[in-house]
Design a protein around this ligand. Structure first.
Ligand SMILES: Nc1ncnc2c1ncn2[C@@H]1O[C@H](COP(=O)(O)OP(=O)(O)O)[C@@H](O)[C@H]1O
Ligand SMILES: [Mg+2]
Length: 254
């Protein structure tokens, strides 16, 4: 049996009692799964992550992480928010070190742990650079490294590649799949891009109407390892059209 790492049980949420965003929602994500969430802007995708990280609190129901219901969810997951949150006054090394710093690891020890990883993340030689000196792809890799260094088995990535040019984006997708397989994490990934969702995921959740009551779930009919060419598979192309229609339907109703 696959182990659940994240469970929403009957969860409801609204901002300040106003417009309901989630309405008695049930969701389970399993260990080492790659799940993508797609949906129209404003449908509540980022809110789902804010609930998981404990930045917001559910009004009803339970959110379980690794089969526990922690009182404080801060730091239980590796979170990469939608805006690039690298601190401009900190170097690559200092930005990546934030979760270790919060865990009380010394500066020296954290450098010893981070420096070998920079190589693997294509950031060798960049340790003393500032975010303004990095390309978009490099900044995203620093953010990703920071989320990995939380040590959590669950990573939440909110539209991490949306600001990248098309070619960088494709390389980052391949790179992310490599990292995901190597590090044995469960990843929840938000995107607007149906191709990206199909290439990366085991399952895709579609956020359609707010409030979200049930998530439409799609299992991607592709094995692993995958290549971008696999997206030309007829079953995948058909699925892609279906997903785009669904997303359009959601937008029309707004
Ligand atoms: N801090 C907040 N306070 C009040 N309303 C919010 C807040 N954050 C988001 N919202 C509203 O909640 C809805 C869902 O937002 P969000 O989860 O960011 O959507 P998505 O990530 O799918 O684009 C939107 O209508 C948005 O305006
Ligand atoms: Mg969002």
């Amino acid at each position: 049996m696959r182990k659940p790492v994240l469970e929403f049980q009957d969860v409801s949420f609204s901002y300040g009692g106003k417009k309901p965003i989630l309405d008695h929602l049930n969701v389970t994500v399993y260990e080492r799964e790659f799940v993508t969430i797609i949906g129209a802007s404003g449908s509540g995708k980022s809110t789902l992550f804010r609930l998981i990280t404990g930045l917001e609190t559910e009004e009803h129901g339970r959110i379980r992480i690794n089969s526990e219901q922690p009182k404080n969810r801060h730091g239980r997951t590796g979170y990469m928010p939608q805006q690039d949150l690298l601190m401009p006054w900190r170097t690559v090394l200092e930005n990546a070190a934030v979760p270790l710093e919060l865990a009380g690891v010394s500066k020296k020890e954290s450098s010893i742990r981070i420096l070998p990883l920079l190589n693997e993340f294509g950031l060798n030689g960049a340790e003393h650079k500032y975010p303004s000196e990095l390309s978009g792809g490099m900044k995203q890799r620093v953010s990703f490294l920071r989320s990995i260094l939380t040590g959590s088995n669950i990573l939440l990535l909110d539209e991490p590649f949306s600001a990248l040019d098309a070619i960088t984006r494709l390389s980052m997708q391949e790179w992310l799949l490599d990292q995901w397989e190597k590090r044995e994490k469960s990843i929840l990934f938000i995107t607007h891009d149906v191709n990206e969702a199909l290439f990366l995921s085991d399952r895709i959740f579609v956020f359609q109407d707010t409030p979200v009551r049930t998530l439409q779930e799609v299992v991607v009919p592709l094995g692993r390892p995958r290549s971008l060419r696999d997206l030309n598979d007829p079953a995948v192309m058909e699925l892609k059209d279906k997903l785009i229609d669904q997303l359009r339907g959601g937008v029309k109703r707004l």
